[in-house]
Write a protein that binds this ligand. Structure first.
Ligand code: AMP
Length: 286
């Protein structure tokens, strides 16, 4: 595996592969790799001849009061994980390489970023779309792999790729969970033992709502209220939002039908957790 730090090295290396017609897959990450990231890498490994994993803690997607400084950066461990998964290139650029001195350019996706996590994290999605547009431009992959765990991010990036006519396919891989249902996240490491137990309430609430939908419930407000009670009942927390929206355009749904995204963000102590479930809801109601 090659570990590269500059765009020039990356271009030189991948140019050869591209000219030889080899299919290049990109897995963009912020490191602190866990089984969720590894599932994306495996999907890429299974479908592409050259697998590139970027490891870059992107400063522009963190708010001023967020955890950029303390975000985990276990680089050697991450490189070992990449080697174990058969990654070809780990791309670990510096902040200056990605954001040259004096840079003033941003990529913005409107509307889709104004709901769910958008209002709670001003500027976050602009940071994400800007860095991913840069990474796509640097790597020029045939396919990019994203996780369903960050459902809104996947929708926003899919739209950016479509709107900017970027020549890359986007593959969204299922959320990988702990045995008790908690979605794997680098931020789970911040939770103490009691908070970790409490955190299972997020997926438990989503699962209970899904079961109610399967039994015929179609009223979004009823389902959201049920999830809120369940999560608040599990312990002290701040619910940022619990929403049911159209899975493609993220517009609000008061009555469920078609492909729906149930998504939530909850703060337990200082740790912000998100989770979601997508489901196809048949038209028929009770
Ligand atoms: P991050 O390092 O948090 O920026 O995540 C990098 C990629 O891994 C994103 O596309 C995430 O959606 C994806 N990812 C993170 N956690 C999971 C998970 N539990 N299951 C599947 N994909 C995930």
């Amino acid at each position: 595996m090659l570990t590269l730090h500059t765009i020039a090295e990356l271009r030189a290396e991948l140019g050869q592969a591209r000219r030889a017609g080899r299919r290049i897959g990109l897995v963009p990450t912020m490191g602190a790799l866990h089984a969720g990231h590894r599932s994306l890498i495996r999907a890429a490994r299974g479908q592409c001849e050259v697998v590139v994993v970027s490891i870059f803690v992107n400063p522009t997607q963190f708010g001023p009061a967020e955890d950029f400084e303390r975000y985990p950066r276990p680089l050697e461990k991450d490189l070992d994980a990449c080697r174990a998964e058969g990654v070809d290139v780990a791309f670990c650029p510096s902040v200056e390489e990605v954001y040259p001195a004096g840079e003033v350019t941003r990529v913005t996706v409107s509307r889709l970023t104004e709901v769910l996590c958008g209002p709670c994290r001003p500027g976050h999605f602009e940071g994400v779309t800007t860095v991913v547009a840069k990474l796509i431009n640097m790597v020029q992959p045939d396919v990019m792999y994203l996780g369903q765990k960050d459902a809104q991010q996947a929708v926003v990036l899919g739209r950016m790729v479509r709107d900017l006519r970027l020549p890359v396919d986007v593959v969204v891989c299922p959320t990988v969970r702990e045995p008790d249902g908690l979605a794997l996240s680098s931020r789970n490491a911040y939770l103490d033992a009691a908070q970790r137990r409490q955190a299972t309430s997020l997926y438990a609430a989503l699962t209970a709502a899904r079961e109610r939908i399967e039994r015929g419930e179609r009223d979004s407000a009823v389902l959201v209220e049920g999830m809120r009670r369940r999560i608040e009942g599990a312990g002290p927390c701040v619910i940022e939002y619990i929403s049911i929206v159209d899975a493609e355009d993220l517009s609000a749904r008061s009555r469920l039908s078609g492909r729906c995204l149930m998504a939530l963000a909850v703060r337990i102590g200082a740790t912000r957790l998100i989770d979601n479930v997508v489901l196809d809801v048949p038209e028929c109601a009770r």
